[in-house]
Design a protein around this ligand. Structure first.
Ligand SMILES: [Zn+2]
Length: 320
C-alpha cells in the first residue's frame, strides 16, 4: 500500500469520512453529525475528528495519510482553498480557508472541491458513469445539485455549470431557497419540501412527518424520515414527493433535450435513500417532456451510494 488517502463528504446534515487505498477500496470509515453552531472552526474540528476515526478504523494514524480531499457545499475556490456562502453550514458566509485549517489540524495536504462535482466525478471514474461518454448527474438532497459530463469530462462552464436545481420548471412558481421563483429545487429540494410541509401543518394539514422526525431524534426531515413516512403511506409526504418527482421529470427532460446525454445518474441523500423505484418514477415523469422520446437516456441510481461523495473526495488527492 503506497498511498492511503482520506476523503470527506461535508454535508449539511452529516460529515462522512473514508480512508482509501490505491485501488480506491475503503479501508476505514466514520461519520458524525454536522455541527449546527460554532461556525467554520467548529466544522473543521468535527471533520478532523471524523478523519482521525476513519484512519483508526483503517488501522492507521493520520500521519500515514498522503493527503485528504473534501467535497464541500457552498462556493468553493479550489485554488485559494476557501469556501464561502455555505448556507447550510453554521455561520459560514465569508470565505474561510478550509484547506489550510484542516491541513494544519491533520498535518497533511488538503484539497477541496464542490461536493456535487466530487460525487459526480466519483460516478464518472468509479461508478455508474464509467461506461458512458456523456451523462447528467442529478444530486437530489437538501438541495438539487447537478453535474454535466461531456466526452468524459466534467463541464464546468465558467465555474457554476450543472445547477439543474435552479432550472425553471414553473414561471412565477414556488419560491426557491435561492430567492428566485419556480426553480426545480423549490419543488424537489428536501429543504424546500420541509419548509412547505411545515407551512401546511401550520394551516391544519395532518401528517406523521414531524412525529417520525422526533422518533428518530432529528431536528429536520432527513431522507430517512421521508422514507419512513412513505412506508406509512403518509398522505402529505406522498403528495409532496409526487410533486417533487413531477418537477424532477420536467427539469431532467428539459436538460436532456438540451444536452442529449446517454444517461442520467440520480444520487444525493433522497436519491440514494429512495433508490431504484423512484428513479424509475422520475424517468416516467421525464418521458412526456422528451423531444426525441423514442430513445430516452438510461436512468440510473448512483452506484457508489452513500459513500460516493467521500470516495470521490479522496480522488482529489490521489491517483485518478
Ligand atoms: Zn433556485
Amino acid at each position: 500500500m503506497t498511498s492511503v488517502r482520506a476523503g470527506v463528504d461535508l454535508g449539511a446534515t452529516k460529515i462522512q469520512a473514508v480512508v482509501v487505498g490505491d485501488d480506491h477500496a475503503v479501508l476505514g470509515e466514520a461519520k458524525t453529525e454536522t455541527p449546527t453552531s460554532g461556525g467554520p472552526r467548529a466544522v473543521v474540528a468535527k471533520i478532523e475528528g471524523t478523519v482521525r476515526e476513519a484512519a483508526k478504523g483503517a488501522g492507521l494514524d493520520v500521519d500515514g495519510l498522503s493527503g485528504a480531499g473534501v467535497g464541500s457545499p457552498g462556493a468553493v475556490d479550489q485554488e485559494a482553498g476557501t469556501v464561502a456562502h455555505a448556507r447550510n453550514l453554521p455561520d459560514w458566509d465569508e470565505p474561510f480557508p478550509l484547506a489550510e485549517a484542516l491541513g494544519n489540524a491533520l498535518g497533511t495536504t488538503v484539497r477541496i472541491e464542490n461536493d456535487v462535482k466530487v460525487a459526480v466525478t466519483a460516478e464518472l471514474e468509479l461508478g455508474a458513469g464509467r461506461r458512458y461518454e456523456s451523462f447528467l448527474g442529478v444530486w437530489w438532497g437538501t438541495g438539487v445539485g447537478g453535474g454535466i459530463v461531456l466526452d468524459r469530462k466534467l463541464w464546468r462552464g465558467r465555474g457554476a455549470a450543472g445547477e439543474i436545481g435552479h432550472m425553471v420548471v414553473k414561471r412565477g412558481g414556488a419560491r426557491c431557497p435561492c430567492g428566485r421563483r419556480g426553480c426545480l429545487e423549490a419543488y424537489a429540494g428536501r429543504g424546500a419540501m420541509e419548509a412547505h410541509a411545515r407551512k401546511l401543518v401550520k394551516h391544519g394539514r395532518k401528517t406523521d412527518l414531524f412525529e417520525l422526525m422526533e422518533k428518530r431524534k432529528r431536528d429536520r426531515l432527513t431522507s430517512g424520515v421521508w422514507a419512513d413516512a412513505l412506508e406509512r403511506k403518509d398522505e402529505l409526504a406522498t403528495a409532496l414527493l409526487d410533486r417533487a418527482v413531477a418537477a424532477l421529470g420536467a427539469g431532467i427532460g428539459s436538460a436532456v433535450n438540451l444536452l442529449d446525454v446517454e444517461a442520467v445518474i440520480v444520487g444525493g441523500g433522497l436519491g440514494t435513500r429512495l433508490g431504484e423505484p423512484y428513479v424509475r418514477r422520475i424517468a416516467e415523469a421525464a418521458r412526456p417532456h422528451l423531444f426525441v422520446d423514442e430513445r430516452p437516456p438510461a436512468m440510473l441510481t448512483a452506484a457508489l451510494g452513500d459513500l460516493g461523495g467521500a470516495i470521490g473526495a479522496a480522488l482529489l488527492v490521489g491517483p485518478a
